[in-house]
Design a protein around this ligand. Structure first.
Ligand code: ADP
Ligand code: MG
Length: 392
Protein backbone atom coordinates (compact mmCIF):
# COMPACT_ATOMS: atom_id res chain seq x y z
CA UNK A 1 0.00 0.00 0.00
CA UNK A 2 1.58 3.31 -1.06
CA UNK A 3 2.02 5.88 1.69
CA UNK A 4 0.87 9.50 1.77
CA UNK A 5 3.35 11.43 -0.33
CA UNK A 6 5.27 14.57 0.53
CA UNK A 7 3.84 15.97 -2.72
CA UNK A 8 0.41 16.03 -1.01
CA UNK A 9 1.64 18.20 1.86
CA UNK A 10 1.14 21.95 2.05
CA UNK A 11 4.58 22.93 3.27
CA UNK A 12 4.85 26.64 2.45
CA UNK A 13 5.97 28.63 5.49
CA UNK A 14 6.09 25.44 7.56
CA UNK A 15 8.90 23.68 9.39
CA UNK A 16 9.42 20.18 8.06
CA UNK A 17 11.13 17.66 10.31
CA UNK A 18 12.77 15.22 7.89
CA UNK A 19 14.24 11.86 8.94
CA UNK A 20 17.03 10.98 6.53
CA UNK A 21 19.52 8.13 6.50
CA UNK A 22 22.86 9.93 6.46
CA UNK A 23 24.65 6.98 8.03
CA UNK A 24 27.69 7.44 5.77
CA UNK A 25 31.29 6.26 6.17
CA UNK A 26 33.67 8.86 7.68
CA UNK A 27 37.45 8.99 7.67
CA UNK A 28 39.47 11.67 9.49
CA UNK A 29 36.36 13.80 9.95
CA UNK A 30 35.42 13.70 6.26
CA UNK A 31 32.58 11.93 4.46
CA UNK A 32 34.15 9.19 2.31
CA UNK A 33 31.03 8.20 0.37
CA UNK A 34 28.15 10.68 0.06
CA UNK A 35 25.77 8.43 -1.92
CA UNK A 36 23.18 8.41 0.85
CA UNK A 37 23.33 12.20 1.23
CA UNK A 38 22.84 12.68 -2.51
CA UNK A 39 19.92 10.25 -2.51
CA UNK A 40 17.95 12.49 -0.12
CA UNK A 41 18.67 15.75 -1.99
CA UNK A 42 15.47 15.62 -4.12
CA UNK A 43 13.29 15.60 -0.99
CA UNK A 44 15.26 18.36 0.74
CA UNK A 45 15.40 20.51 -2.37
CA UNK A 46 11.68 19.98 -3.02
CA UNK A 47 10.83 21.24 0.47
CA UNK A 48 13.11 24.26 0.16
CA UNK A 49 11.71 25.13 -3.28
CA UNK A 50 8.18 24.92 -1.84
CA UNK A 51 9.06 27.48 0.83
CA UNK A 52 9.56 25.22 3.84
CA UNK A 53 12.30 25.33 6.47
CA UNK A 54 13.96 21.95 6.89
CA UNK A 55 15.05 20.27 10.14
CA UNK A 56 17.08 17.12 9.44
CA UNK A 57 17.42 14.11 11.72
CA UNK A 58 19.73 11.15 11.09
CA UNK A 59 21.70 8.51 12.93
CA UNK A 60 25.38 7.84 12.29
CA UNK A 61 27.20 4.70 13.37
CA UNK A 62 26.62 3.09 16.74
CA UNK A 63 27.35 5.56 19.55
CA UNK A 64 25.10 3.45 21.82
CA UNK A 65 22.97 6.17 23.40
CA UNK A 66 25.84 8.49 24.44
CA UNK A 67 27.15 11.72 22.94
CA UNK A 68 30.47 10.80 21.30
CA UNK A 69 32.32 13.40 19.19
CA UNK A 70 33.64 10.62 16.93
CA UNK A 71 30.05 10.13 15.74
CA UNK A 72 29.05 13.79 15.42
CA UNK A 73 27.08 14.52 12.26
CA UNK A 74 28.99 17.82 11.78
CA UNK A 75 31.02 16.43 8.81
CA UNK A 76 27.76 15.29 7.23
CA UNK A 77 26.26 18.78 7.64
CA UNK A 78 29.36 20.24 5.96
CA UNK A 79 29.09 17.86 3.00
CA UNK A 80 25.36 18.51 2.69
CA UNK A 81 26.03 22.24 2.68
CA UNK A 82 28.44 21.79 -0.26
CA UNK A 83 25.94 19.67 -2.17
CA UNK A 84 23.02 22.06 -1.57
CA UNK A 85 25.12 25.16 -2.13
CA UNK A 86 23.75 26.79 0.99
CA UNK A 87 24.38 27.07 4.70
CA UNK A 88 23.38 24.11 6.87
CA UNK A 89 23.18 25.09 10.56
CA UNK A 90 24.08 22.50 13.21
CA UNK A 91 22.14 22.00 16.43
CA UNK A 92 24.63 20.45 18.86
CA UNK A 93 21.81 18.45 20.47
CA UNK A 94 19.28 15.83 19.36
CA UNK A 95 16.19 17.57 20.77
CA UNK A 96 15.09 19.73 23.70
CA UNK A 97 15.02 23.51 24.36
CA UNK A 98 18.24 24.31 22.51
CA UNK A 99 17.06 22.45 19.41
CA UNK A 100 13.65 24.12 19.68
CA UNK A 101 15.21 27.58 19.78
CA UNK A 102 17.29 26.78 16.69
CA UNK A 103 14.28 25.31 14.86
CA UNK A 104 12.01 28.26 15.70
CA UNK A 105 14.61 30.70 14.43
CA UNK A 106 14.56 29.19 10.92
CA UNK A 107 13.20 31.12 7.96
CA UNK A 108 11.69 29.49 4.87
CA UNK A 109 14.54 28.02 2.82
CA UNK A 110 16.79 27.46 5.85
CA UNK A 111 18.26 24.08 6.80
CA UNK A 112 19.08 22.87 10.31
CA UNK A 113 20.72 19.56 11.11
CA UNK A 114 20.18 17.92 14.48
CA UNK A 115 22.97 15.99 16.20
CA UNK A 116 23.17 12.19 15.84
CA UNK A 117 19.83 10.67 16.92
CA UNK A 118 21.65 7.75 18.54
CA UNK A 119 23.31 10.07 21.06
CA UNK A 120 20.01 9.70 22.95
CA UNK A 121 19.24 6.28 24.48
CA UNK A 122 15.55 6.99 23.78
CA UNK A 123 16.13 6.79 20.02
CA UNK A 124 16.60 3.05 19.70
CA UNK A 125 14.17 2.43 22.58
CA UNK A 126 11.49 4.36 20.64
CA UNK A 127 10.97 6.41 23.78
CA UNK A 128 7.72 8.40 23.84
CA UNK A 129 9.30 11.47 25.50
CA UNK A 130 12.04 11.71 22.89
CA UNK A 131 9.47 11.32 20.10
CA UNK A 132 7.43 14.14 21.69
CA UNK A 133 10.53 16.36 21.93
CA UNK A 134 11.27 15.70 18.26
CA UNK A 135 7.67 16.45 17.30
CA UNK A 136 8.08 19.97 18.77
CA UNK A 137 10.76 20.69 16.14
CA UNK A 138 8.44 20.55 13.14
CA UNK A 139 4.92 21.28 11.90
CA UNK A 140 5.00 18.09 9.87
CA UNK A 141 7.16 14.98 9.61
CA UNK A 142 8.64 13.47 6.48
CA UNK A 143 10.33 10.08 6.51
CA UNK A 144 12.90 9.72 3.73
CA UNK A 145 15.14 7.29 5.63
CA UNK A 146 14.44 4.05 3.80
CA UNK A 147 17.72 2.61 5.10
CA UNK A 148 16.43 2.98 8.69
CA UNK A 149 12.81 1.99 7.98
CA UNK A 150 13.27 -1.51 9.40
CA UNK A 151 13.87 -0.01 12.84
CA UNK A 152 11.06 1.16 15.13
CA UNK A 153 12.94 4.11 16.64
CA UNK A 154 11.77 7.43 18.09
CA UNK A 155 12.81 9.40 14.98
CA UNK A 156 11.39 6.88 12.49
CA UNK A 157 8.22 5.30 13.90
CA UNK A 158 7.60 7.23 17.15
CA UNK A 159 7.46 10.79 15.85
CA UNK A 160 5.43 9.75 12.78
CA UNK A 161 2.44 9.20 15.06
CA UNK A 162 2.66 12.69 16.59
CA UNK A 163 2.80 14.94 13.53
CA UNK A 164 1.09 14.96 10.13
CA UNK A 165 3.41 12.45 8.45
CA UNK A 166 4.41 11.89 4.82
CA UNK A 167 6.71 9.68 2.77
CA UNK A 168 9.71 11.41 1.20
CA UNK A 169 10.63 10.97 -2.46
CA UNK A 170 13.46 8.48 -1.82
CA UNK A 171 11.40 6.33 0.52
CA UNK A 172 8.59 6.29 -2.03
CA UNK A 173 10.88 5.27 -4.85
CA UNK A 174 12.43 2.45 -2.80
CA UNK A 175 9.02 1.19 -1.80
CA UNK A 176 7.63 1.38 -5.35
CA UNK A 177 10.57 -0.51 -6.84
CA UNK A 178 10.79 -3.20 -4.17
CA UNK A 179 7.04 -3.79 -3.93
CA UNK A 180 6.96 -4.24 -7.70
CA UNK A 181 9.55 -7.04 -7.33
CA UNK A 182 7.23 -8.85 -4.96
CA UNK A 183 3.91 -8.21 -6.64
CA UNK A 184 4.33 -7.64 -10.34
CA UNK A 185 7.85 -8.25 -11.69
CA UNK A 186 8.21 -8.46 -15.43
CA UNK A 187 9.19 -12.04 -16.22
CA UNK A 188 11.50 -13.83 -16.44
CA UNK A 189 12.51 -12.65 -12.96
CA UNK A 190 16.00 -13.77 -11.94
CA UNK A 191 17.37 -13.27 -8.44
CA UNK A 192 21.10 -13.50 -7.78
CA UNK A 193 22.01 -14.05 -4.15
CA UNK A 194 25.38 -14.32 -2.51
CA UNK A 195 27.22 -12.97 0.51
CA UNK A 196 28.80 -14.68 3.42
CA UNK A 197 26.13 -16.65 5.20
CA UNK A 198 23.01 -18.45 4.03
CA UNK A 199 21.41 -17.79 7.43
CA UNK A 200 21.38 -14.04 6.61
CA UNK A 201 19.53 -14.66 3.38
CA UNK A 202 17.34 -17.66 4.07
CA UNK A 203 14.13 -15.72 4.67
CA UNK A 204 14.68 -13.76 1.45
CA UNK A 205 15.36 -16.94 -0.51
CA UNK A 206 12.15 -18.48 0.78
CA UNK A 207 10.04 -15.42 0.06
CA UNK A 208 11.47 -14.89 -3.42
CA UNK A 209 11.06 -18.54 -4.33
CA UNK A 210 7.37 -18.04 -4.98
CA UNK A 211 8.05 -15.10 -7.27
CA UNK A 212 11.16 -15.77 -9.33
CA UNK A 213 11.82 -17.90 -12.39
CA UNK A 214 15.44 -18.54 -11.44
CA UNK A 215 17.62 -18.27 -8.35
CA UNK A 216 21.37 -18.02 -8.89
CA UNK A 217 23.38 -18.70 -5.76
CA UNK A 218 27.00 -17.76 -5.18
CA UNK A 219 29.27 -16.53 -2.39
CA UNK A 220 29.80 -18.23 0.93
CA UNK A 221 26.14 -19.10 1.18
CA UNK A 222 26.31 -21.32 -1.91
CA UNK A 223 28.80 -23.49 0.00
CA UNK A 224 26.01 -24.68 2.29
CA UNK A 225 23.94 -25.51 -0.78
CA UNK A 226 26.87 -27.49 -2.22
CA UNK A 227 27.19 -29.30 1.09
CA UNK A 228 23.49 -30.13 0.90
CA UNK A 229 24.08 -31.69 -2.52
CA UNK A 230 26.75 -33.94 -1.04
CA UNK A 231 29.86 -32.13 -2.28
CA UNK A 232 33.07 -32.02 -0.26
CA UNK A 233 33.84 -28.35 0.27
CA UNK A 234 37.08 -28.58 2.26
CA UNK A 235 37.58 -25.75 4.74
CA UNK A 236 35.10 -23.39 3.00
CA UNK A 237 32.88 -21.15 5.09
CA UNK A 238 29.56 -22.96 5.51
CA UNK A 239 26.73 -23.57 7.96
CA UNK A 240 26.33 -27.35 8.18
CA UNK A 241 23.49 -26.93 10.66
CA UNK A 242 21.44 -25.45 7.81
CA UNK A 243 21.94 -28.32 5.37
CA UNK A 244 18.48 -29.68 6.12
CA UNK A 245 16.86 -26.30 5.42
CA UNK A 246 18.94 -26.01 2.27
CA UNK A 247 17.61 -29.36 1.03
CA UNK A 248 14.08 -28.25 1.77
CA UNK A 249 14.69 -25.10 -0.28
CA UNK A 250 16.01 -27.13 -3.22
CA UNK A 251 12.94 -29.38 -3.02
CA UNK A 252 10.60 -26.40 -2.85
CA UNK A 253 12.29 -24.86 -5.92
CA UNK A 254 11.85 -28.11 -7.83
CA UNK A 255 8.15 -28.30 -6.92
CA UNK A 256 7.57 -24.75 -8.07
CA UNK A 257 9.55 -25.18 -11.28
CA UNK A 258 12.07 -22.54 -10.23
CA UNK A 259 15.51 -23.01 -11.73
CA UNK A 260 18.08 -23.00 -8.94
CA UNK A 261 21.71 -22.72 -10.01
CA UNK A 262 24.71 -23.22 -7.76
CA UNK A 263 28.38 -23.01 -8.77
CA UNK A 264 29.79 -25.83 -10.90
CA UNK A 265 33.30 -24.39 -10.79
CA UNK A 266 34.91 -22.25 -8.13
CA UNK A 267 38.11 -20.39 -7.22
CA UNK A 268 39.87 -22.17 -4.38
CA UNK A 269 42.92 -21.52 -2.22
CA UNK A 270 44.33 -22.79 1.05
CA UNK A 271 43.73 -19.43 2.68
CA UNK A 272 42.62 -15.91 1.86
CA UNK A 273 46.21 -14.65 1.72
CA UNK A 274 47.40 -17.45 -0.50
CA UNK A 275 48.77 -16.36 -3.87
CA UNK A 276 47.98 -19.84 -5.22
CA UNK A 277 44.33 -19.30 -6.17
CA UNK A 278 43.15 -21.79 -8.78
CA UNK A 279 40.03 -22.84 -10.66
CA UNK A 280 38.48 -26.16 -9.65
CA UNK A 281 35.25 -28.01 -10.29
CA UNK A 282 33.08 -28.48 -7.22
CA UNK A 283 33.94 -32.19 -7.35
CA UNK A 284 37.64 -31.58 -6.79
CA UNK A 285 38.14 -29.68 -3.54
CA UNK A 286 40.74 -31.00 -1.09
CA UNK A 287 40.15 -30.93 2.69
CA UNK A 288 42.67 -28.10 3.18
CA UNK A 289 41.23 -25.92 0.38
CA UNK A 290 38.41 -23.38 0.56
CA UNK A 291 36.06 -21.77 -1.95
CA UNK A 292 36.50 -18.00 -2.20
CA UNK A 293 34.75 -17.17 -5.49
CA UNK A 294 32.66 -18.66 -8.28
CA UNK A 295 34.57 -19.83 -11.36
CA UNK A 296 34.40 -18.58 -14.97
CA UNK A 297 32.10 -21.34 -16.17
CA UNK A 298 29.64 -20.46 -13.39
CA UNK A 299 29.85 -16.77 -14.26
CA UNK A 300 28.95 -17.77 -17.83
CA UNK A 301 25.97 -19.88 -16.72
CA UNK A 302 24.71 -17.13 -14.42
CA UNK A 303 25.16 -14.48 -17.10
CA UNK A 304 23.15 -16.52 -19.59
CA UNK A 305 20.18 -16.44 -17.20
CA UNK A 306 20.68 -12.76 -16.42
CA UNK A 307 20.85 -11.89 -20.13
CA UNK A 308 17.49 -13.56 -20.74
CA UNK A 309 15.76 -11.90 -17.78
CA UNK A 310 13.31 -8.99 -17.77
CA UNK A 311 13.81 -8.31 -14.07
CA UNK A 312 16.98 -8.92 -12.05
CA UNK A 313 17.48 -8.54 -8.32
CA UNK A 314 20.98 -8.96 -6.96
CA UNK A 315 22.10 -9.08 -3.34
CA UNK A 316 25.39 -10.39 -2.00
CA UNK A 317 28.84 -10.73 -3.60
CA UNK A 318 29.74 -13.97 -5.40
CA UNK A 319 33.06 -14.24 -3.57
CA UNK A 320 35.54 -12.43 -1.36
CA UNK A 321 35.62 -9.59 -3.88
CA UNK A 322 37.56 -7.35 -1.49
CA UNK A 323 40.62 -9.37 -2.54
CA UNK A 324 41.72 -9.28 -6.15
CA UNK A 325 42.24 -13.03 -6.76
CA UNK A 326 38.64 -13.62 -5.63
CA UNK A 327 36.91 -10.64 -7.24
CA UNK A 328 36.33 -11.86 -10.80
CA UNK A 329 33.07 -13.70 -10.11
CA UNK A 330 31.46 -10.68 -8.46
CA UNK A 331 32.78 -8.20 -11.04
CA UNK A 332 31.72 -10.50 -13.89
CA UNK A 333 28.18 -10.82 -12.55
CA UNK A 334 28.04 -7.06 -11.94
CA UNK A 335 28.87 -6.45 -15.60
CA UNK A 336 26.22 -8.92 -16.78
CA UNK A 337 23.58 -7.30 -14.59
CA UNK A 338 24.53 -3.89 -16.01
CA UNK A 339 24.53 -5.19 -19.61
CA UNK A 340 21.21 -7.01 -19.29
CA UNK A 341 18.10 -5.55 -20.91
CA UNK A 342 16.30 -6.41 -17.67
CA UNK A 343 15.14 -3.89 -15.12
CA UNK A 344 17.91 -4.27 -12.54
CA UNK A 345 17.81 -3.75 -8.79
CA UNK A 346 20.82 -4.12 -6.50
CA UNK A 347 20.60 -4.04 -2.69
CA UNK A 348 23.04 -4.67 0.17
CA UNK A 349 25.99 -2.68 1.47
CA UNK A 350 28.72 -4.91 0.10
CA UNK A 351 26.84 -5.45 -3.15
CA UNK A 352 26.78 -1.70 -3.74
CA UNK A 353 30.51 -1.54 -3.12
CA UNK A 354 30.87 -4.34 -5.68
CA UNK A 355 28.90 -2.58 -8.45
CA UNK A 356 30.95 0.53 -7.70
CA UNK A 357 34.18 -1.46 -7.95
CA UNK A 358 32.98 -2.82 -11.30
CA UNK A 359 32.26 0.76 -12.40
CA UNK A 360 28.68 -0.05 -13.40
CA UNK A 361 26.49 1.56 -10.70
CA UNK A 362 25.09 4.05 -13.18
CA UNK A 363 23.87 1.27 -15.44
CA UNK A 364 21.85 -0.35 -12.65
CA UNK A 365 18.22 0.82 -12.74
CA UNK A 366 17.77 0.97 -8.99
CA UNK A 367 20.55 0.86 -6.44
CA UNK A 368 18.81 0.54 -3.10
CA UNK A 369 20.10 2.74 -0.27
CA UNK A 370 18.81 0.27 2.29
CA UNK A 371 20.88 -2.85 2.90
CA UNK A 372 19.07 -4.47 5.82
CA UNK A 373 15.86 -2.60 5.03
CA UNK A 374 15.68 -3.82 1.43
CA UNK A 375 16.30 -7.42 2.52
CA UNK A 376 13.63 -7.26 5.21
CA UNK A 377 11.22 -5.73 2.71
CA UNK A 378 11.88 -8.59 0.29
CA UNK A 379 11.35 -11.09 3.11
CA UNK A 380 7.79 -9.78 3.08
CA UNK A 381 8.16 -8.12 6.47
CA UNK A 382 6.38 -4.91 7.36
CA UNK A 383 8.94 -2.17 7.97
CA UNK A 384 7.91 -0.16 11.06
CA UNK A 385 9.19 3.16 9.64
CA UNK A 386 6.89 2.74 6.63
CA UNK A 387 3.98 1.25 8.57
CA UNK A 388 3.92 4.33 10.83
CA UNK A 389 3.05 6.57 7.86
CA UNK A 390 -0.58 7.09 6.81
CA UNK A 391 -1.71 5.33 3.62
CA UNK A 392 -2.02 7.43 0.45
P1 ADP B 1 25.63 -7.49 1.35
O1 ADP B 1 26.26 -6.48 2.29
O2 ADP B 1 25.69 -7.04 -0.08
O3 ADP B 1 24.25 -7.89 1.77
P2 ADP B 1 26.87 -9.69 2.71
O4 ADP B 1 27.24 -8.79 3.85
O5 ADP B 1 25.83 -10.70 2.92
O6 ADP B 1 26.52 -8.82 1.41
O7 ADP B 1 28.17 -10.51 2.27
C1 ADP B 1 29.35 -9.88 1.87
C2 ADP B 1 30.56 -10.62 2.36
O8 ADP B 1 30.54 -11.99 1.97
C3 ADP B 1 31.81 -10.03 1.76
O9 ADP B 1 32.58 -9.44 2.78
C4 ADP B 1 32.52 -11.23 1.14
O10 ADP B 1 33.91 -11.21 1.37
C5 ADP B 1 31.87 -12.39 1.82
N1 ADP B 1 31.94 -13.62 1.02
C6 ADP B 1 31.49 -13.82 -0.23
N2 ADP B 1 31.82 -15.04 -0.68
C7 ADP B 1 32.52 -15.65 0.30
C8 ADP B 1 33.16 -16.93 0.43
N3 ADP B 1 33.13 -17.83 -0.57
N4 ADP B 1 33.79 -17.20 1.59
C9 ADP B 1 33.83 -16.29 2.58
N5 ADP B 1 33.24 -15.08 2.52
C10 ADP B 1 32.61 -14.75 1.39
MG1 MG C 1 27.21 -6.71 4.20
Amino acid sequence: MPKRSITKADVRGKRALVRVDFNVPLRDGEVVDDTRIRAALPTIQYLLDQGAAVVLATHLGRPKGKADPAYSVAPVARRLSELLGQRVAMAPVVAGPEAERAATALNPGDVLMLENMRFEPGEEANDADLAADLARLGDLFINDAFGAAHRAHASTAGVAKLLPAYAGLLLQREETVLSRLLTDPEQPFVAVLGGAKVSDKFAVLEHLLGRVDALLLGGGMANTMLLAQGHEIGSSLAEPELVKDARRLVESARERGVLMLVPTDVIIAQSLDSTQAKIATVEAIAPDEAIFDIGPETVGRFCQQIAGARTVFWNGPMGVFEQKPFANGTLGVARCVADARAYSVVGGGDSLAAVDAAGVSRRIDHVSTGGGASLEYLEGRVLPGIAALPDA
